[in-house]
Design a protein. Structure first.
Length: 135
């Protein structure tokens, strides 16, 4: 059975640039590989020509299982994979693509989530100008 991505969460680690990425995966084994590709806000993603993911230079982190996967009596029980990324320094919308591959080369459908780093606050310009009376 191919692995399946149940959910992905991103949580702050006390800094705007450092976030944890957690993925809940079902149908895992001891050799399941979970990776997250981080696409920055200003990046242009090439379109794949042959249906395969494009080769890119975006950062990729490997997520590690929080607890040993082992053999479970409940095949539907999710294993949490965890990773930390410290490069969310640019203001804007990041895209995170999570890929999962099992030991027997079965792959889950990739999941894309978005993460907004920082925000802009636009305030009105207020000035204190006195008008001179020219009468």
């Amino acid at each position: 059975t191919a692995p399946l991505i149940q959910s992905i969460t991103i949580q702050s680690q006390g800094s705007k640039e450092i976030q944890t990425i957690d993925a809940a995966i079902v149908h895992t084994d001891n050799n399941t590989i979970v990776e997250a590709e981080i696409i920055p806000p200003d990046a242009t993603v090439p379109v794949p020509a042959d249906g395969l993911p494009p080769v890119t230079i975006f950062p990729v982190i490997r997520l590690q299982p929080v607890a040993p996967t082992g053999q479970s009596s409940n095949a539907e029980q999710a294993t949490i994979y965890h990773g930390i990324y410290d490069g969310f320094g640019k203001l804007g919308l990041y895209r995170i693509v999570v890929y999962v591959k099992s030991a027997d080369e079965l792959a889950a459908l990739p999941v894309v989530i978005e993460y907004q780093s920082g925000s802009r606050l636009y305030l009105p310009l207020m000035t204190n100008q006195t008008q001179a009376n020219t009468n």
